[in-house]
Ligand binder design. Structure first.
Ligand code: UT7
Length: 333
């Protein structure tokens, strides 16, 4: 398994300046989902922690949702679109191969001069993007970088699949990363395990849909295997990030992991020995698992609820298809 050790920031720093979110207007409760899916509200709550989620309508495209979230992050930071040097878009459900979505997001927010590209690292995509943005800002290659996670998971999930249909959902979240006198993105630990690529994967490549009427290649997941991998790997990568940052669990004010399953979050909190006063993101309850969008969405939710301490230390963690994982220690906007 390839897995880099944790790396600490050196020299002048980068920091998360602000966060923004876009939540699709349609709220879908478990009971509505179960009109079609062979499941129950009780089972879904118990096994995942999800009570409701958002599903995007036709107009709520990956690009539109990403631009809405990014626009809010810019407004909250008080930075103009012209000051953005790079736009990074993390998504696993943008279904057009070319061109990438990020340049259209950049244009939509008015960042017309920005470099822009997509990051394809599934549910770890936002955290990967944050690590890239940190490097760009610290190297002086960019001053302001928008990092956006946006998903329409309902386009790639089979509504009749009991293993995924209740779990995945739609939305977008964004942060603006900018320069800081002291490092505000203190460390990153990231890695991948391509040998296990089959655990979360489309059932066929898109080329299978060429020509004859072929079945839509839905994404499938070996849920319990991914669950077991996550509760082992996420504490490992998180510990490396904490160690590299010189931060102890008791120094944290918040833990904002990818909202994959409330039981995974619980197991990781326990494995890391996080004290009870560390605020733990629980956005999955009303947002479901929004893949690359989930970490910034969860951060925005905590901020909107007044539960985040600006300037406090937070541990972020993303993990998912690839398999990919990443953890970062950051100061909160
Ligand atoms: O986001 C990126 C990475 N993804 C994740 O981290 C997700 C990781 N996996 C999970 O969160 C969980 O595996 C799920 C929430 C997807 C599934 O929960 P589980 O507890 O692992 O369920 P399971 O697949 O082991 O199934 C347990 C039982 C089975 O019944 P028996 O054999 O014990 O009688 C299933 O048939 O639950 C049954 N089951 C369901 N029952 C009602 C499976 N899916 C459903 C369902 N509704 N939707």
């Amino acid at each position: 398994m390839a897995s880099a050790g944790g790396r600490a920031a050196t020299g002048p720093g980068a920091r998360i300046m602000s966060v923004g979110a876009y939540r699709p207007s349609r709220v879908v409760h478990n009971d509505e989902l179960c009109e079609r899916l062979d499941s129950s509200d009780d089972w879904i709550r118990r096994r995942s922690g999800i009570v409701s989620r958002r599903w995007a309508g036709d107009e709520e495209t990956v690009i539109a949702m990403a631009a809405a979230a990014a626009g809010k992050a810019l407004a909250h930071a008080g930075v103009t679109p012209a000051e953005v040097d790079v736009v990074l878009l993390a998504s696993m459900s943008y279904l057009q191969q070319s061109p990438a979505a990020a340049p259209q997001v950049a244009a939509a927010v008015g960042a017309r001069a920005a470099a822009a590209f997509d990051i394809h690292a599934a549910c770890a995509g936002f955290c990967y993007g944050l690590a890239v943005a940190d490097g760009l800002v610290r190297a002086g290659t960019a001053r302001h970088v928008l990092v956006v996670g946006a998903e329409r998971m309902t386009d790639i999930v089979d509504p009749d699949d009991r293993g995924t249909a209740f779990l995945f959902a739609d939305g977008a979240g964004a942060v603006l990363v900018g320069p800081s006198e002291t490092p505000g993105i203190l460390s990153v630990s990231w890695g991948s395990d391509g040998d296990q690529h089959g655990l979360i994967s489309h059932q066929a490549p898109w080329t299978s849909t060429r020509g004859a009427a072929a079945e839509w290649p839905y994404m499938r997941m070996s849920g319990s295997e991914v669950f077991r991998w996550a509760i082992k790997e996420v504490p490992r990568t998180a510990r490396r990030a904490l160690w590299a940052a010189g931060v102890r669990p008791e120094d944290l004010s918040a833990f904002i992991p990818h909202q994959a399953n409330a039981r995974i979050t619980e197991a990781v909190v326990k494995a890391l020995g996080l004290p009870a006063d560390v605020v733990v993101a629980d956005d999955i309850e009303t947002a479901g698992n929004t893949s690359a969008a989930s970490v910034p969405l969860a951060m925005e939710a905590l901020s909107a609820q007044g539960r985040l301490m600006p300037g406090g230390l937070a541990l972020l963690a993303g993990f998912g298809a690839g398999l990919t994982h990443a953890a970062l220690v950051v100061t909160l906007p």
